[in-house]
Ligand binder design. Structure first.
Ligand code: MTE
Ligand code: MOS
Length: 752
């Protein structure tokens, strides 16, 4: 019954591939209305007038809400900053801001009515770059100004560090917007009940965020709002913050009409209205001794947060803390600026600010290696974080630091030493290159989110011995439920088929924080593990009474509880427990260990544990076509313990594919704040044939607090890929790109 380390099939696989699984848009409720958002078709403007007369004539129309509607509800769902009206009030701040909501009895009527609503604006100047938004003469997009946040990290003495350096290397790196492109677009159904309660069904990652937002807007008690996560076709962070607004809008319509309301985006709306990955401009200046030991890092990061804050402060906390990568650097100064613009709001996306900074920090490491004539892998090994060494925030790492192991294993497996020499002699029109990148990633929410960092699980064994488990952590496609079931079965000593993980429902499990930051295996996994221990102890105690021997002498074999020749089968034990009125339900809980943190200078324990990774990419570049083909990615990840190796390989392959798009294909074109390519025919993502062979190496440097030693891998999988590819391109061509995406024309028009 030990399922740890076993690649069992995903429990949801069959239902999903056969089409049996019901996604949000498959659900129907009696009397259900269809909603539509009317969006601002201007990036920045004062709303002068909204004309509803034509729309109001549409048959089937039920309700239109605009900001003139004098409702008794809160027009604000935000959890961190209250800067984003649900329905734009007086002002629109991006092309996609919701200016009115429509509900109708059929979808076509909602679409038609929405299209007939005419909004007139007084156009305001738009600010589409950090530089423009920070100009002195720029209008304020929000009353407090356009600088949303400024985070600082100060370690050691930066001047001293540069003085001790033989070389100073400086560069500017730039990364673009990225769209999440979950397969299933945003969707919600809000169902009001006769007693004042409301149930929200949604494709979402963070049911407890949604619960709080809906309560805030409807001014209800938390016990009046129930959030049920429906089968979710991908989130990638895009269903972390946005569903708070989305669900609150549907809830508002449902509360007023007293009818169920469905609000589902088509792909185009999803592109235009929802959040993106933050574009960043990153100025990096490193001081290094001639032996390759880094002495100083001075960094300035500018992030385009778009029109609203959403999760920017948290995303930038992570960017700021991890800006230098997984190295020991004694003197560091980082300034991270988050700036409002009139572009789409930016928020959470897989990696949470780190794919950007890793692109810069791993780029500059290669530039240093080149300048010093040191092998890039050797340079990384020289500076790598190890046990008992301190991170950029001066946190001494006491355990589970598998970085060096990931570097070494990736180096050997990719045949690095031979290839790096061979490829640099490249000539001709097809050239090959190899490049490496290392990262670390603080698992879970860290100091800034510590108050949310807990997880609960309710476990129940029924009379027949089967068990139901209700969790606070969601599965949005990453396979969390399968991993959790494996942890539960192993801890309870049960066959996997005995375990049923229920859909996430906020009514049954206390606030377990968000399903983000690659925390589910560690946090929900540990909560389930802790709950299972309680049940196991009760069963053992009963067995000890029946077998007349102390619990410690009982041996478990298969489903039998044994003492010498005496035995009781698990099923009989459970029956007996029920006959004796023994409680076979338990609540498991886990909360993050306490962390010391100085927010002024970002020093202290940023996260309770870190995942580490090294990826090595090999590319072949066709100079005649400008096309970069990634041939292979060797991905070595320290994840503590691989609960399900196949699922982890799936995460790594998916992460690499998503980063491949980020590096070489995806180009979201904004023209004065308006997305020019909000569809899948012009926003190009890698197809299956573009995705390289990914050789995954799983390094298991156990984390003693994690369930069976596990950390996370969901986001780390994506973070090192872009810099590894760009470093490989540099190796092939001797040309350094400091900006992604690198499109064929960028290569084609370069002179070699
Ligand atoms: N994998 C799939 N298939 N679908 C997803 O939406 N989200 C990613 C990653 N992998 C995602 C995914 C993101 S953003 C996070 S934070 C982690 O999964 C969350 O899952 P975990 O906590 O189980 O690692
Ligand atoms: Mo992931 S961006 O933390 O949902």
């Amino acid at each position: 019954m030990n399922y740890i380390g076993k690649s069992v099939f995903r429990l949801d696989a069959q239902d999903k591939v056969t089409g049996k699984a019901l996604f949000l848009d498959d659900l129907k409720f009696p009397g259900m209305l269809f909603a539509k958002c009317v969006i601002a078709k201007i990036p920045h403007g004062e709303i002068l007038k909204i004309k509803l007369d034509k729309a109001e004539k549409i048959a089937g129309l039920k309700l239109i809400l605009d900001s003139s509607f004098n409702f008794k509800f809160e027009n604000e769902a935000g959890l961190i900053l209250s800067d984003q009206p649900l329905i734009a009030f007086k002002k629109a701040r991006y092309y996609g801001d919701c200016v009115a909501l429509v509900a109708a009895s059929v979808q076509e009527a909602a679409l038609l009515a929405a299209s007939l609503i005419k909004v007139s604006y007084k156009a305001l100047p738009g600010y589409f770059s950090v530089k423009d938004a920070l100009k002195k003469e720029a209008l304020f997009i929000h009353p407090e100004g356009n600088l949303l946040t400024h985070l600082k990290l100060r370690k050691g003495n930066i001047e001293e560090g540069f003085k001790n350096s033989d070389y100073i290397i400086e560069a500017l790196y730039q990364t673009p917007h990225q769209e999440h492109l979950y397969l299933e677009t945003q969707g919600v159904i809000a169902v009001p009940h006769y007693d004042g309660r409301i149930t929200i069904y949604g494709s979402l990652q963070c049911p407890y965020y949604v619960q709080k937002s809906v309560c805030k807007v409807l001014k209800k008690g938390l016990n009046q709002v129930e959030v049920i996560q429906t089968v979710t076709g991908g989130g990638f962070g895009g269903k972390e913050d946005f569903p708070s607004e989305h669900c609150a809008r549907a809830a508002l319509l449902a509360e007023i009409t007293r009818q169920p309301v469905k609000l589902v985006f088509d792909r185009r709306e999803d592109f235009i209205i929802t959040g993106k990955r933050h574009p960043m401009e990153m100025h990096y200046k490193y001081g290094v001794r001639k032996d390759g030991i880094i002495q100083a890092a001075q960094i300035k990061i500018y992030a385009d947060c778009g029109a609203y804050a959403t999760l920017s402060p948290i995303v930038l906390y992570r960017a700021n803390v991890h800006a230098c990568g997984p190295y020991v650097i004694p003197n560091i100064s980082v300034d991270t600026f988050g700036v409002y613009t009139n572009n789409s709001p930016c928020g959470a996306m897989r990696g949470f600010g780190q794919p950007q900074t890793a692109f810069a920090s791993e780029g500059i490491l290669d530039e240093i290696a080149q300048k010093l004539g040191i092998d890039p892998i050797e340079l990384r090994l020289k500076n790598a974080l190890r046990i008992n060494r301190e991170t950029a925030t001066d946190q001494v790492l006491k355990e589970s630091v598998g970085l060096a192991e990931t570097i070494k294993s990736a180096r050997i497996s990719s045949n690095w030493d031979k290839k790096i020499k061979q490829y640099s002699k490249n000539k001709g029109s097809k050239r090959r290159g190899i490049g490496a990148a290392c990262i670390y990633y603080g698992i879970s929410l860290g100091s800034k989110g510590w108050h949310l960092d807990k997880s609960g699980a309710h476990l129940q064994i029924w009379q027949d011995g089967t068990a139901s488990i209700a969790l606070g952590g969601a599965d949005m496609g990453q396979g969390a439920f399968t991993v959790i079931a494996q942890i539960a079965a192993s801890a309870l000593n049960l066959p996997l088929e005995y375990i049923k993980i229920l859909e996430v429902n906020t009514s049954f499990v206390p606030d377990s924080g968000p399903t983000v930051a690659s925390r589910t295996t560690t946090m929900s996994g540990k909560a389930v593990f802790n709950g299972a221990l309680i049940l196991k102890e009760r069963l053992l105690n009963l067995a000890s009474i029946i077998l007349k021997v102390s619990p410690s002498k009982i041996k478990l074999k298969g489903m039998g509880y044994y003492f010498k020749r005496n035995k009781i089968h698990y099923k009989d034990l459970v029956k007996e427990a029920y006959l004796r009125n023994i409680n076979l339900s338990a609540f498991g809980w886990y909360s993050a260990p306490p962390l010391k943190w100085d927010n002024e200078i970002s020093q202290g324990e940023a996260y309770f544990v870190y995942a580490f990774a090294t990826q090595i990419a090999e590319v072949e570049i066709d100079l005649a076509l400008g096309i970069v083909k990634v041939l292979k990615v060797t991905a070595s990840h320290d994840l503590g313990k691989a609960i399900n190796p196949n699922l982890i390989e799936g995460q790594i392959e998916g992460g690499v594919a998503q980063a491949l798009g980020y590096t070489l294909y995806e180009n979201l074109v904004f023209k004065k704040g308006i997305i020019q390519n909000p569809n899948l025919s012009t926003y190009v993502i890698p197809l299956s044939l573009d995705v390289p062979y990914v050789k995954s190496i799983l390094v298991e440097d156990a984390y003693s607090e994690g369930p069976f030693g596990a950390k996370g891998v969901g986001e780390p999988a994506l973070i090192p890929t872009a810099p590894a590819i760009v470093n490989a391109i540099n190796n092939a061509l001797g040309v350094r790109f400091r900006k992604i995406p690198i499109l064929p024309e960028d290569i084609f028009f370069k002179k070699f």
